[in-house]
Ligand binder design. Sequence first.
Ligand code: ADP
Length: 439
Amino acid sequence: MCLVCVCVCVWVTGVCVCVCLGDWCVCVCHSEEGYIPSNYVTEKKSGNLVQFVWYSKHVNRNKAEELLRKEDKEGAFIVRDSSSPGAYTVSLYAKSTAGEGGAVIKHYHIKETHGRDAPRQFYLAEKHLFSSIPDLIEYHKHNAAGLVARLRYPVGKQDKSAPSTAGFSYEKWEINPSELTFMKELGCGQFGLVRLGKWRAQHKVAIKAIREGAMYEEDFIEEAKVMMRLSHPKLVQLYGVCSQQQPIYIVTEFMELGCLLNFLRQRRGGLTLGALLSVCQDVSEGMEHLESNGFIHRDLAARNCLVNDALVVKVSDFGMARYVLDNQYTSSSGAKFPVKWSPPEVFYFCKYSSKSDVWSYGVLMWEVFTEGRMPFEQSQNHEVVALITQGHRLYRPKLATPTIYDIMQLCWRERPEERPSFSQICLMISSALEGDAPP
Ligand code: ADP
């Protein structure tokens, strides 16, 4: 059984997108949502490709070439079914390659390892093996690693959004704690210890054990039902809760490389401008999904984003600030209140909105382009309030081009309604990526 997969349901013909946990899956089939026992659902062999913007099932080699030529962009690519059944090909367009003159289109077969007892793995270039095709694609979005270009622009599908599983009523969201096993410690946060674990001895998950007195638990458990419906490739998925015990556990998607802030700090000097922008793009996409569902994060910052082993950045801890039982964190004059990430309407009036998230997103962009520096490093919170009120803003990081800094500044407009929405930010980041310097 998979946790999030494309599954074939036995009584609904066709391919459905399902989120499965415990004995139940919630499946979206032909735009209808339904609740299906997990033993009626099997993982489709190809993995969950249909939900990805880069996958075009019915595109052959000639059609792929035609689409890529029409797009005429360095790194334009399509993942399609190969002529040999069950296999996939990446068709990739590169404008200039040394010695080959003008544009070239290369077709790379996605190969699979066939170890006897080992799980199968996928690769394009020999050295880089991945447990799934989406992971492989994510990696090559950032690293050409033997390909003629990195995979920059998916071409083909018009509708770029992944199918949403929002709208179902998830009654069976409780996870049986006896089905969890604990492995190593991952970190410690506001709510308590986070550990790596396995669900049903198979699926890696992150398990947060909530320290007694750290959270408004009942309110959170109620809200968790809503949060579980928020499902997007750039949001850390909430799988469920063990709420019938103390401490309660929150079970989420495991992100191998941990929090974004440490990731940036550890790789100082080693990330290209394209890689930094792509971090911002991931976060903007996750936030766009929250915005379109009317869900406010309230504490967006690099420390609250996580990175997986395919170098995908996902937004985490959305909405959790409301359940913190700690005055130092919740009161705007408290020492732990994220003043440096907050717009004036939040530190003065606690007025949260998607537009206050946009302000925080601008600060997160600044954290990314300073490779993890502390904003207003030399200033105390009350001094930052005064500076912002007087119209001061964070300086332009050395790595940020004027265009990138312009986006940050739009996010820091005093009047919330003058800030861009996340859907606008997504477009701005995409066009900045198009004009970005070579990696
Ligand atoms: P809290 O919400 O209690 O403040 P955090 O979410 O900040 O806790 O988690 C603390 C640390 O644990 C993070 O900085 C990160 O290193 C690690 N961590 C948390 N969630 C995950 C996860 N899903 N995958 C991997 N590591 C995680």
